[in-house]
Design a protein. Structure first.
Length: 265
């Protein structure tokens, strides 16, 4: 008789990210998520540091698009589990009428989606269950919530490194950008393997063993995702260095995760 192995149950990227963030966010993570976190540290990566810096970048970007750019429509793709403050809470502190649509297809996120649907009276939040790998379906669902004839801020934070090369991330990003009106913004962060190729390949293999697609790219490949956009200063830099009105607490070393905010002209 064949010794059949049970089917692989992929870990939730949202729960992993919650474990990486620590604090209140980590209460929704499972023991397996913390095992993977510790394994990452053994491989020479500090996911908690990266997650905190990435989260701080997202909130700086949310203040920038609502304050400096006056964009009142936000799509947060790969929203993840609720973690105070959420993007809409930061955005609506600056622009109370801001409308935020969260997009995710992770069952762990869907179970907690209701927590994202609170908002300032003047603004609004909503949730769309869709996969980034299906950009046209995603755009159609979001178009019922937002007006794509006006500028939209598209947040793709720490999500494209879960899209494999065979899934054509550059085509996906192009389709998303093509749907945006001039004056729209794309907010991107992405794990980078510059100078850490061996470590990042080990990280990819570790995540793959747990059923999670992972593709950590070079700075040149990440820049290609932003092709056609006008990057606001300081351009494509480590998340800890992307700065508007403040930097927040940060280690002196550059985080191996790059970030940028581009404008569609």
């Amino acid at each position: 008789m064949l010794d059949r192995q049970p089917p692989l149950r992929p870990v939730s990227s949202a729960r992993l990210y919650a474990a990486y963030q620590g604090g209140q966010a980590a209460k929704n993570a499972y023991p397996k998520d913390f095992e993977i976190l510790n394994r990452m540290k053994e491989l020479g990566l500090d996911p908690q540091w990266i997650a905190r810096e990435n989260r701080a970048f997202v909130h700086r970007a949310a203040r920038y698009v609502t304050g400096a750019l006056k964009i009142g429509q936000i799509v947060d793709i790969g929203a993840g589990l609720p973690a105070y403050p959420n993007v809409h809470e930061t955005a609506q502190q600056v622009l109370t009428t801001a409308q935020v649509v969260y997009v995710d297809n992770d069952p762990a996120v869907l179970a907690h989606a209701e927590a994202l649907l609170t908002s300032e009276l003047e603004g609004a939040t909503s949730f769309v269950d869709e996969d980034l790998r299906n950009p046209q379906e995603l755009l159609q669902k979001v178009s019922y919530k937002l007006d794509f004839d006006r500028p939209v801020a598209l947040f793709c934070a720490a999500v494209f490194h879960f899209i494999g090369d065979d899934e054509n991330p550059f085509r996906i990003m192009r389709e998303l950008q093509d749907a945006l009106a001039p004056g729209s913004a794309v907010v991107l962060s992405h794990m980078c393997d510059d100078g850490m190729d061996a470590t990042m390949r080990s990280v990819e293999r570790e995540l793959t063993q747990h059923g999670q697609t992972a593709r950590i790219r070079s700075s040149g490949q990440i820049a290609q995702l932003l092709s056609g956009l006008k990057l606001v200063p300081p351009g494509l830099v480590p998340v800890s260095q992307w700065n508007h009105e403040y930097r927040g607490e940060s280690k002196t070393e550059d985080v191996p995760c790059l970030a940028a905010l581009g404008i569609k002209t």
